[in-house]
Ligand binder design. Sequence first.
Ligand SMILES: CC(C)(COP(=O)(O)OP(=O)(O)OC[C@H]1O[C@@H](n2cnc3c(N)ncnc32)[C@H](O)[C@@H]1OP(=O)(O)O)[C@@H](O)C(=O)NCCC(=O)NCCS
Length: 338
Amino acid sequence: MKINIDKPKISELGVLLDLWRGQYDYHHGLDAEYYVANSLVLDKKFRVYLEKAINKNDPFILAAYEGGKLVGFITFEISKADYFDTKIKRYGEVIELFVDKAYRGKGIGKKLMRATEDFFKSKSISYIKLQCSTFNKKAIGFYQHLSYINRQVFMFKRIVSEMTSEYVVDLYMDLEGQGVKIWLDGGWGVDALLGKQTRPHEDVDIVIQKKNLGKLRKFLEERGYHDVERPDTKPHNFVLGDDEGHLFDIHVIVIDSKGDGIYGPPEKGEKYPADSLTGKGTISGQAVRCISAKRMVEFHTGYDPRETDYKDVAALCKKFGIKLPKVYVHFKKKQEKR
Ligand SMILES: CC(C)(COP(=O)(O)OP(=O)(O)OC[C@H]1O[C@@H](n2cnc3c(N)ncnc32)[C@H](O)[C@@H]1OP(=O)(O)O)[C@@H](O)C(=O)NCCC(=O)NCCS
């Protein structure tokens, strides 16, 4: 079958978007810590990216057609680096290259690369740069086969994997500034009540009224947050996360005439009782709203608690003069024996 390389048409945006989703799935599958997963937000961004590429050559784009069917694409641009220590200042850069899975191994990737190289040659550009995940062994082999050599290695080390107090306070204050009231629940809620951070927290649990959800979503989405699918995701309890691993566990309530925060379908009877929404605490000296101590202890029962739950509950009981719930007594005994 004959393979043609040509600039795609705007009417082919849908096909390109489908391929793009394949590119995201593929990379997310290689390294989920680094590459984002598919989402509607990304679809929107890539649509804009493609429209600019097709209409304005920014970046340049070429597509591969087999028997008239669009089965792969490449995007590229002319780049400049201004490092003191490198000789190569102006180079062509390949940004995205993707061939539909069913059409790989037929010389299509090579044709897209060759067409791109020809373009750069016609602009008197002597070098081409590209980046590739170290986990993408297949693509590395492909590029090496086409005589690309490794010149630099990107290195990453994760140094913060927690929601720091500064981060939580900044977001809390920004939300307050926009008139969005939240209550801290979970680990940060406990630490707010205790007035000090007792352990690192991977996420922040918040309680919010349904009427403010739109504002919260907009606020977080502008900061790069998106839905993180969980097996137990529900409209009243879901997680939004960003690409650096920050997570918001969101609990949505509707406050009824008695002041109780109805949590989920009313017929299920789950709620944040009115007095649970009266807690006050501090994080790094900043006053914050949180779940009240008595209810926080109560919410830590009704399931199989872990050692960290015991530490939280024991500290709350001590500070607020609350009786340790029965489910935690064996932790206390175990601790006393040590
Ligand atoms: C990487 C990719 C673009 C290659 O496209 P392709 O159409 O399958 O590759 P081709 O059929 O054009 O291969 C061209 C040549 O490279 C060789 N080759 C391909 N993969 C190779 C590998 N892992 N090791 C060594 N040689 C390889 C082929 O044997 C072929 O050899 P030839 O020149 O003797 O014919 C394609 O596999 C793909 O889309 N992968 C998923 C997305 C991706 O990784 N993109 C790159 C992101 S950095």
